[in-house]
Design a binder for this molecule. Structure first.
Ligand SMILES: NC(=O)c1ccc[n+]([C@@H]2O[C@H](COP(=O)([O-])OP(=O)(O)OC[C@H]3O[C@@H](n4cnc5c(N)ncnc54)[C@H](O)[C@@H]3O)[C@@H](O)[C@H]2O)c1
Length: 309
């Protein structure tokens, strides 16, 4: 049984991670400001090994007390995604970057497993494969704060960082702004998807593989410490249009059109290698097709859902 602190534990990834840790028998404390509410954690209320603190990671006194009791920390609290960060740039700097700097000043021998985004790889030449050695050139404020925070963690030497591909799949707080989830929602609700920058390639990963990857990094911390690892599914390096066509193969009356007036705020177009973490013994398993089937069921079960939830 381990003592674990999860910041942002009520979110899309956090609620799934915390559930899994609690069922493993770990002792977990979550701190979250409940920006999206707390119903994502309500199913854990009866577990004695689950503790919840409503609060802000920018509160240094509160964080100091929580950190000293922890063995492992997953700092997940963030303003996630380029649009949200552009809307609240000061808060994005404070939560995504400054709170990590403060965390590193407060920790003693606690170990940190940090999720960041692989959107920092930005625009690459066609067929160039990004490894952890590839240059990080984030475009958006979101990408920059995450890359800068990762650098601080690497420098401190007591962390592992995972550069996540675009996540898909359902959670206790399912996000519908993520590409695959969003395409499935729109395919069933609108029967039409207008795609911009359809040839831009991305890498994808199912949420259950992300959670297993985070826990794998905790369990293998001493071997992975001080390094960054791409975390994605190798078979899921594909363009937006290829992804949309896969969705169409499950929703035949879907109409796909292209419109290149809009731009991805993160300007990402890359193929990612996940070999480094695979060599450590971790492989992502859930396929894009399985994710589409899952999300079709989710949208049918939640017909009034919108991408802003
Ligand atoms: N979902 C993805 O595709 C993805 C990809 C790469 C990296 N990540 C990273 O994983 C982490 C979690 O992302 P997510 O998708 O679960 O996002 P999310 O928005 O669902 O969860 C973030 C959580 O942080 C909380 N939070 C925000 N500001 C806070 C503050 N000041 N104090 C305390 N809590 C605060 C929110 O209430 C929310 O519950 C983030 O660090 C994100 O950058 C996510």
């Amino acid at each position: 049984m381990r003592k674990i602190l999860v910041t942002g534990g009520a979110g899309y990834l956090g609620s799934m991670l915390v559930s899994k840790l609690i069922h493993r028998g770990d002792e977990v404390t979550v701190i979250d400001s409940l920006r999206f509410g707390g119903s994502s954690l309500a199913h854990l209320a009866g577990f004695k090994n689950f503790k919840f603190v409503e609060g802000d990671v920018r509160d240094l006194d509160l964080m100091a007390g929580l950190i000293k009791d922890a063995e492992f920390i997953f700092p997940l609290a963030a303003l996630v995604g380029a649009p949200l960060c552009e809307k609240s740039p000061k808060e994005a700097e404070e939560v995504n970057l400054l709170s990590i700097k403060n965390l590193l000043e407060l920790v003693g021998d606690q170990k940190i497993v940090y999720p960041t985004t692989n959107s920092g790889y930005g625009m690459k030449e066609a067929e160039e494969v990004c490894t952890e050695e590839s240059e990080l050139t984030p475009v958006s404020l979101y990408g920059r704060t995450k890359v800068d925070a990762e650098n601080l963690i690497q420098k401190a030497g007591n962390g592992v960082s995972l550069r996540l591909a675009t996540v898909f799949g359902s959670s206790f707080r399912t996000r519908f702004d993520l590409l695959l989830n969003n395409f499935v929602l729109r395919s069933l609700r609108d029967k039409r998807i207008e795609i911009y920058e359809g040839h831009f390639k991305r890498n994808f990963i199912h949420i259950s593989d992300v959670i297993d990857g985070l826990i794998f990094s905790m369990d293998n911390f001493d071997k992975m410490r001080g390094s960054a690892f791409n975390l994605g599914q190798d078979s899921a390096n594909m363009s937006k249009m290829e992804l949309a066509q896969k969705v169409k193969s499950f929703v035949p009356d879907l109409v796909l059109t292209e419109n290149n007036d809009q731009k991805d705020p993160d300007q990402r177009n890359y193929i990612v290698s996940n070999e480094k973490i695979r060599k450590m013994g971790f492989t992502a398993r859930v396929t894009i097709e399985e994710g589409i089937v899952e999300m079709i069921k989710v949208v049918k079960l939640r017909p009034n859902i919108s991408e802003n939830l």
